[in-house]
Write a protein that binds this ligand. Structure first.
Ligand code: PXG
Length: 453
């Protein structure tokens, strides 16, 4: 469509395009990969190389690439009504229908949704909404939101503040006031001699300690991803979420479950909250809501919070031009219809998730792999120096980067978070494609081991 060859695209890219989360000097040395098309679970670059996309874009293309139903819905809507806002007492049919549909899939006590353009905006909305909620309830001092180290909640000022990524805080003077962080339930790295179950309780108890140190009447909410995604697919021990919920209930602290990655089938349930039996007050959503075909996010709101906002909140002075964008909403509706009509979420739970787990677990037999963990279609392997002692390589991140680069050279897109290799493929992936993914990964692990062991 655009009449450039790869060299020209790379040259123009370097000249004008500042990429997200990128070291610009390094990019200038190495040049960018230009992705030109995609189908199913595969991507092609501008030189015609094919890649198996084991990251579903960026944890989002749940229904896979190239779905004509979404293209048709978008095309129809863009001709009918390409844009209108939802301010000033207006709405549009796709936004209304999407609100109905998404609430019908959400846990029974969640019947309202606030739309945004992204997951970051959803989490900005969370900060403003929970503080406004408590102020409306006559408790304006409940402002503090407790989050976790190594959490990822997005890249805007408030979302990055909620996140627990130190390199992000270091740029731009973050976090904003009244955001606190506790430890993460990362047993493999931090559990020491404790069993996963004992460690899960110990880390959850940090929440109670923090609430007591701050004073419960100052704490508005606790926010966490059911499974930490960008932090390295950190699956909490079974004891963690029950203990967190007990603590939040004891001090009347709202639970915000960030479903941006876990939502829409990733765990084999519609939401991570369904998988872990979490009763959340707010659920930020994005990514799988539209399978990334168009940008859209939102916050699902419980009856408790919605009733407070509606009855006592007055005007909520918050919103985005693209809140409830009709075309993005039409894409999301078409996407959710595919997930429902093809029974994709149930298939992750009962068929392809268990099939993948069967292939995933034996990766621990590889000399580099200390742990293989997976739920539904979100998984990770830990690359370590010594499996028995769970000891990582001294130069943390080096082996992961080597492995990631080898994967890409061999046509497999995976993410490395330090030395944790993670995958989150499209949910429509077939058994044969899982075999290809695991086969390719095994070959890449062998090539990595040749270099580093
Ligand atoms: N919450 C969670 C749990 C996320 O994973 C966001 C919020 C922010 O969403 P937006 O749409 O504003 O990007 C995310 C996004 C990575 C990576 O490298 C992960 C995300 C974004 C960019 C990179 O794994 N997750």
């Amino acid at each position: 469509m655009y009449n450039y060859n790869t060299d020209q695209l790379q040259e123009l890219d370097l000249k004008h395009y500042l990429h997200p989360f990128t070291n610009y000097k390094k990019l200038a040395e190495e040049g960018s990969r230009i992705i030109t098309r995609a189908e199913g679970i595969y991507l092609w670059d501008s030189d015609g190389n094919r890649y198996l996309d084991a990251m579903a874009g960026l944890w989002c293309v749940n229904v896979g690439y190239g779905r004509p139903e979404i293209a048709d819905a978008v095309s129809e809507q863009i001709r009918e009504l390409p844009f209108y806002n939802s301010f000033f007492k207006t709405a549009n049919p796709p936004a209304v229908e999407l609100s109905r549909l998404v609430c019908s899939l959400a846990p029974a006590h969640m019947n309202h949704v606030f739309f945004t353009g992204s997951g970051s905006e959803a989490n900005d909305t969370v900060v403003r909404m929970v503080r406004h909620y408590w102020a409306s309830e006559g408790q304006p001092d409940r402002k503090v939101i407790i989050s976790r180290e190594n959490a990822y909640h997005g890249s805007t000022v408030a979302a990055a503040s909620l996140g627990g990524m130190k390199p992000m805080h270091a740029q731009g003077g973050l976090p904003i006031p009244d955001i606190e962080h506790i430890g993460q339930p990362y047993w493999y790295q931090e559990g020491g001699d404790l069993t996963p179950e004992a460690f899960g309780e110990k880390i959850a108890d940090e929440l109670e300690e923090k609430i007591l140190a701050l004073g419960a009447n100052k704490v508005a909410a606790f926010i966490a991803e059911p499974i930490q995604g960008a932090g390295g697919v950190i699956i909490p021990p079974s004891t963690y979420w029950p203990r967190i919920q007990e603590i939040c209930a004891r001090y009347d602290v709202l639970i915000v479950a960030d479903e941006v990655i876990c939502g829409f089938g990733r765990t084999g349930k519609w939401f991570g909250c369904d998988y872990f039996d979490i009763k959340a007050d707010l659920m930020p959503i994005a990514k799988g809501l539209s399978s990334g075909y168009l940008p859209i996010g939102g916050v699902l709101v419980s009856d408790r919070v919605a009733t407070g906002l509606i009855e006592k909140g007055g005007e909520f002075n918050h919103g985005f031009t693209y809140s409830g964008h009709p075309v993005a909403a039409a894409a999301a509706i078409a996407n959710l219809n595919i997930l429902m009509d093809e029974g994709i979420v149930d298939r992750v739970d009962k068929v392809i998730g268990p099939y993948t787990a069967e292939k995933w677990q034996p990766l621990t037999e590889h000399p580099l792999v200390g742990e293989a963990r997976i739920i539904g279609l979100i998984g990770a392997i830990e690359l370590v120096k010594d499996k028995d002692t769970r000891q990582f390589f001294a130069d943390r991140g080096e082996v992961g980067t080597i492995c990631r680069d080898i994967c890409i050279e061999n046509g497999l897109v995976m993410r490395a978070v330090e030395d944790t290799m993670i995958m989150s493929p499209p949910l429509c992936i077939s058994e044969g494609e899982i075999d290809d993914l695991v086969g390719l990964l095994t070959r890449c692990l062998d090539l990595t081991a040749e270099k580093v062991l």
